[in-house]
Design a protein around this ligand. Sequence first.
Ligand code: FMN
Length: 197
Amino acid sequence: MRLPPSQNAIVARRTIKQFATQPVPRELLRYLLELAVWAPNHQLTEPWRFYVFDGASKRSVAEIGRQIATAKLLRGGAEQDVAQRKAEGVAQEWAAVPALVLVTMVSDPDAFRDRENYGAVCCAIQNLMLGAQTLGLATFWGTGEVAFAPGLAELAGAGANEQVVGLIRIGYALPDAPKQSRRTQAANFTRWIDPAE
Ligand SMILES: Cc1cc2nc3c(=O)[nH]c(=O)nc-3n(C[C@H](O)[C@H](O)[C@H](O)COP(=O)(O)O)c2cc1C
């Protein structure tokens, strides 16, 4: 039996946190979002919403990152000036990400449908990330405090009926960005029920 090469986009994709300053052309971002919406979604609810920050708007995201970092540092006992300096570094990191896509799902009052919709939006994000991989772009799906900050949803103009699923960073990886990960073989999580196997 001939199997496809394992070094394809699925296996080669890695979470990348260090990006080159090179911007991501909007044409590519649009292409990735068009791939995202081909995710399976039960009853075609199309529950995903995308909010793209790829220009000056990133400064506002960075400001949210700064505020969150400052508060956290102060809570941890840091001096005001130390907290400000470190938070400035955090803000600069956010501003330097070439493109940020806030992905939300439209909530459904029915818990079962809501769960299905969450699954569909996760599939959409994976579509986007695998598409990015094939274009030589790197991604990072984040669910940290900035992603869930009410100020970010407000900045995006997300509806009150939407829940954040992830804040996706997209850019060209720095050549020396760490690309290590590991997986346990699927066989360890699999039971073949058919005794003839
Ligand atoms: C739903 C979800 C949320 C994640 N949130 C974070 C995050 O907040 N911070 C982070 O460093 N990585 C986050 N990740 C990335 C994982 O840490 C990463 O996928 C994992 O380490 C495996 O590495 P790989 O993506 O290179 O295979 C998230 C991944 C998923 C699927």
